[in-house]
Write a protein that binds this ligand. Structure first.
Ligand code: PXL
Length: 276
């Protein structure tokens, strides 16, 4: 693999093993120079902690981007996650337009919802803005809830292949290019990821661990980006990231005090080997 510089834009949740505290170590372990742009700084993530603080960094972003532009800094990939505000999405799109090297990939995890609901910080205006970022990206990694928000389809807990096909068709019609749809399970005890590339459906199924942990989406997306940047195919990157995420969830299971995140660090060696 050539040495590559990637930029990831997402929040710093100081405690909680998600967003940048997951993406930075995973991408670095995958051998990538990882530049970061924090979208906001929170004392913790918003899923389960109460009374968290949040400083939105929207106003800092244009100045940071202007400095990078002046220094002629550019990136071999840009990967975005949880963003700080609706307005910030326009600044992120400008960064992708101005600082992503030609032919490089923009990968968007529209991290805004799960289990049928938006995260507390977001509203319809954010969803509308996220559509414009997601549908201009090369790859998106929504879960089913996020795909529903992006397409206006009704969220269902129980679904079949026809429902997933309709979701993919609507994403496609809205302008999505490659879609990595996570958390798709058709049978009891199993889940998996759909890789929808060039209008073709491929599916990697794996075991479903009953008590999922918070932050698995960020571990998954970061591992996917790390593997993809190792010139793995979309399908292989999706499979490597799924195997790693499942192993991390299994490693975390049974420790009730660790409800807020995934113990992903001790297994980074396995991810590095899988990417080799
Ligand atoms: O993992 C997604 C995420 C990222 N950042 C913050 C969050 C969440 C999910 O709840 O609250 C701040």
């Amino acid at each position: 693999m050539n040495y590559k510089r990637i930029l990831t834009i997402q929040d710093i949740s100081c405690v909680g093993q998600c967003s940048l505290t997951v993406a930075l170590p995973i991408l670095s372990a995958c051998g990538l120079e990882t530049a970061i742009l924090p979208s906001a700084v929170l004392s913790t993530h918003t899923a389960g902690f109460s009374g968290f603080t949040c400083r939105d960094l929207t106003d800092d972003i244009p100045g940071i981007a202007a400095h990078w532009k002046k220094e002629k800094i550019s990136f071999d990939g840009i990967y975005t996650g949880y963003l700080g505000s609706t307005k910030q999405i326009d600044d992120v799109k400008a960064i992708v337009r101005d600082l992503l090297k030609p032919g490089s990939l923009c990968i968007v995890d529209p991290a805004m919802a799960d289990n049928g609901k938006l995260y507390p910080a977001f509203d319809d205006a954010y969803v509308e803005a996220m559509k414009t970022l997601a549908f201009s990206a090369d790859i998106i990694l929504p879960n089913i809830t996020e795909a529903c928000y992006l397409t206006g389809m009704n969220y269902r807990e129980n679904y079949d292949r026809a429902y997933i096909d309709e979701l993919l068709k609507r994403l496609d019609e809205a302008g999505a290019k490659t879609v990595i749809l996570t958390g798709v399970g058709y049978v009891e005890g199993r889940t998996g990821v759909v890789v929808y590339e060039n209008h073709r459906y491929a599916y990697y199924e794996h075991k479903r661990i009953a008590n999922g942990c918070h932050g698995t989406g960020d571990v998954y997306a970061s591992a996917f980006v790390g593997a993809l940047m190792h010139d793995k195919s979309m399908y292989d990157a999706a499979r490597i990231a799924a195997d790693y995420t499942v192993a991390c969830i299994e490693y975390t299971q049974g420790d009730a005090s660790h409800w807020y995140g995934v113990k992903f660090e001790p297994l980074l060696g396995d991810l590095i080997k899988a990417c080799a």
